[in-house]
Design a protein around this ligand. Structure first.
Ligand SMILES: Cc1cc2nc3c(=O)[nH]c(=O)nc-3n(C[C@H](O)[C@H](O)[C@H](O)COP(=O)(O)O)c2cc1C
Length: 317
């Protein structure tokens, strides 16, 4: 179910997900102004000092909108900034911590102590169950075809198996939602919130380069390659930006190390996007995009209600 702190506050049941080199203060603030949750990865600032500057800026800009927003931290022993970034997250009372890779009870306790929420990014049931043991408030089920570090499961299968484990916690579905119809589909299938990334790469406020925005316009789902050769974790990349096999073997030798994500070799030149790219044809402002998503979401709900169905023919005995 929806956490109480989000009830009645969202124009659409969705978060704009955190994206490396894409989400910054403008995208977060404009998402919140438009009536949806905005978020960003702490690593979009190269240092903890930079992260603090953004926390200050975003807190000030979003204060007028009364909308919750989020920051994402990889909770992993290779994240050398974890202690410092977590302390800042607590200091600025970030309303939603999005944890990925791992999560601990110490982290959830620290966020809950000031009334914040923890949503954990999971690509399978085992990771979700571990996060629930650490007392997270919600699970982000990252289904197949999602941008960034992605899962492989079909969304219906994934949330069908996950939902009974969640009790009254929040179920958030991620992957390939580029329009309001898809968001309505996620909610109809049992999610409480949709987690939308790739569609927001192509907004005016996104920090993505013009090259990336053009590539998103020119790509469709056949251009999205799922591989673990770039940083050791299965992720979706645009085929046009993937280097040759020798370079990939070189990267594989480094193994998985979250701090390496900041290296230019990975993610900066090799661009990630989800299979939803094929349904993206423009670069609107975030405000215009959210208006459109809202209109299409309500149309999809009306369409479902208007399907002319037959009444039951034989009454139950
Ligand atoms: C370009 C790009 C960068 C991403 N970077 C991050 C990141 O730094 N941290 C994170 O938790 N998720 C990251 N993601 C994943 C998103 O938060 C989210 O799970 C995903 O975008 C949802 O699927 P969709 O892109 O199909 O909408 C990234 C996704 C994209 C497309």
């Amino acid at each position: 179910m929806l956490p109480r702190s989000l009830e009645g506050r969202l124009r659409l049941p969705m978060l704009v997900s955190p994206m490396f080199l894409v989400s910054g203060p403008d995208l977060v603030a404009e998402s919140c102004r438009a009536g949806v949750v905005g978020s960003f990865p702490a690593f979009n600032q190269r240092t903890s000092e930079g992260y603090e500057q953004w926390l200050k800026e975003i807190s000030a800009r979003v204060a007028n909108y009364g909308m919750p927003w989020g920051a994402q931290l990889p909770v992993h022993h290779t994240n050398k900034r974890l202690d410092a970034d977590l302390a800042l997250t607590v200091k600025y009372e970030v309303p939603i911590l999005i944890s990925s890779i791992g999560i601990t009870r110490e982290v959830t306790d620290a966020i809950h102590a000031y009334g914040g929420l923890v949503f954990h990014d999971a690509i399978n049931i085992r990771h979700a169950a571990k996060a629930l043991e650490a007392n997270v408030d919600g699970i982000i089920a990252v289904a197949g075809g999602a941008g960034g570090h992605s899962g492989t499961y079909n969304p219906f299968a994934f949330i069908g198996e996950l939902k009974p484990l969640l009790g009254d916690k929040t179920l958030i579905l991620a992957g390939c939602m580029s329009n309001g119809q898809a968001i309505a589909g996620a909610i109809a299938a049992g999610a409480d919130l949709a987690y939308v990334g790739t569609r927001f790469v192509n907004t005016v406020e996104s920090m993505a380069s013009d090259k990336m925005k053009r590539l998103v316009l020119d790509s469709n789902l056949t251009d999205v390659v799922y591989t673990d050769e770039v940083d050791g974790v299965g992720s979706s990349f645009l085929r046009q930006t993937l280097p040759g096999a020798a370079f990939r073997q070189d990267l594989a030798k480094i193994g998985f190390d979250i701090s390496e994500i900041l290296e230019p070799k990975r993610w900066v030149d090799i661009l990630s996007a989800g299979q939803g790219v094929g349904a993206i044809h423009d670069i609107p402002t975030t405000a215009d995009l959210v208006d459109r998503l809202e209109r299409d979401y309500h149309q999809a709900v009306s369409r479902m209600n208007a399907i002319p169905l037959a009444p039951r023919l034989v009454s139950a005995v």
